[in-house]
Design a protein around this ligand. Structure first.
Ligand SMILES: [Fe+2]
Ligand SMILES: [Fe+2]
Length: 131
């Protein structure tokens, strides 16, 4: 397991928390899939799901901004793009049969994501509460 879900990661927004939790779960599954040398097709499926769900989550989060006075929309969107680019890179490396790089990149992706929740996403909260 790369990352256990912790109570401190929760924003208290039910939808966002469910999304975050599922993304962490997918990163764990991907990590285990690569680490245990499972069939490459399994890793390809998980990375595809991660890619699609991350996009779905980011769209939902960005939709939320639209209804608030949150001032860092563009800045926040750029972070989301950065995350998607890293998933894309992992996906390409899996396709290219590179076995060692993805583990490090998934570790990077995971710590990036947890840090994003704790610093950037948490910063949305004051604006959601004052709608
Ligand atoms: Fe975010
Ligand atoms: Fe988020």
């Amino acid at each position: 397991m790369i990352q256990k879900w912790k109570k401190e990661f929760e924003l208290g927004h039910p939808t966002i928390d469910v999304h975050h939790r599922y993304l962490v779960l997918l990163m764990n599954i991907l990590y285990e899939s690569i680490k245990s040398d499972s069939a490459r097709s399994q890793s390809i499926d998980v990375v595809q799901e991660l890619k699609e769900y991350a996009q779905y989550h980011f769209n939902a989060e960005e939709q939320l901004f639209e209804h608030t006075d949150y001032p860092y929309v563009e800045h926040h969107k750029n972070f989301h793009k950065e995350f998607c680019l890293t998933i894309q890179r992992i996906s390409e490396l899996i396709d290219e049969h590179n076995s060692s790089a993805p583990i490090e990149l998934i570790e990077f992706l995971n710590s990036w994501f947890i840090n994003h929740i704790l610093t950037v996403d948490m910063g949305i909260l004051p604006y959601l509460n004052h709608q």
